[in-house]
Design a protein around this ligand. Structure first.
Ligand code: MN3
Length: 229
């Protein structure tokens, strides 16, 4: 089963030469897979099988982030940590299927926290890999939309003061997260503003409201940097 790709059309659209599209409503689309699967399972009754979750290939070579992030670290982070969330999630799908097929409500509810944790871990990492770019693909260089005159640049100036203020705010407040978690730049569909947010553990930004669209994230789990830094 694949994530459906209904595009989210932001209230402000990014177009024109050199502009990048805003992220689609990634979390809603992706989470729709799990949500729909459960409903389908109820509809179809016993013997329903979930399609296993598959870990997508990285959008760049495993050594593509060197020298900032080493191949060695990526082999652990993508190859071990992210893969473990995916494997755990597939194990939980099996348990969920068994519980649903046998009408075991308690068994189904018992695994919900583990589904939230491993499912969030998988979805957050998929989004995180898309937030990164190799040095030879302009990693570390501001895309045009973040530059003076660009749409995101104006939005950031409005909500954070300036690009420098935003970078300082993002760095300081992401670094200040205690324990494990994530720092996010989000678009608030209700206020039409950009916001900085953090989530703890493997919580998703969608946990804070469906009106929040993630644009950029930084993984601040120790496993994201402990080998290199
Ligand atoms: Mn991680």
């Amino acid at each position: 089963m694949k994530a459906h790709s209904d595009s989210f059309v932001p209230e402000f659209s990014v177009s024109g030469k050199g502009a990048i599209p805003l992220q689609k409503d990634f979390q809603d689309n992706t989470f729709g897979v799990g949500r729909r699967s459960v409903l389908e399972a109820f509809d179809m009754g016993a013997d329903t099988k979930f399609a296993p979750v598959e870990q997508k290939p990285l959008p760049f070579p495993i050594d593509g982030l060197e020298p900032v992030i080493s191949k060695n670290l990526m082999e652990y982070h993508y190859g071990k940590h992210h893969a473990t969330y995916v494997n755990n999630l597939n194990g939980l799908y099996e348990k969920a299927t068994t519980a649903i097929d046998s009408g075991d409500t308690q068994g189904f509810v018992d695994i919900s926290q583990a589904i939230k944790f491993n499912g969030g871990g998988h979805l957050n990492h998929e989004f995180f890999w898309e937030s990164l770019a190799p040095v030879d693909k302009e990693g570390g260089v501001l895309p045009d939309t973040f530059k003076e005159g660009g749409l995101l640049n104006s939005a950031i100036a409005r909500n954070f003061g300036s690009m420098d203020d935003f970078i300082a705010h993002f760095s300081a407040n992401t670094g200040a997260v205690q324990g494990s978690g994530w720092g996010w730049l989000v678009y608030n569909k209700t206020s039409k503003d950009l916001e900085f947010r953090t989530t703890a553990n493997q919580d998703r930004i969608a946990d804070q409201g469906a009106h929040l669209v993630p644009l950029l994230t930084i993984d601040i789990w120790e496993h994201a940097y402990y080998i290199d830094y």
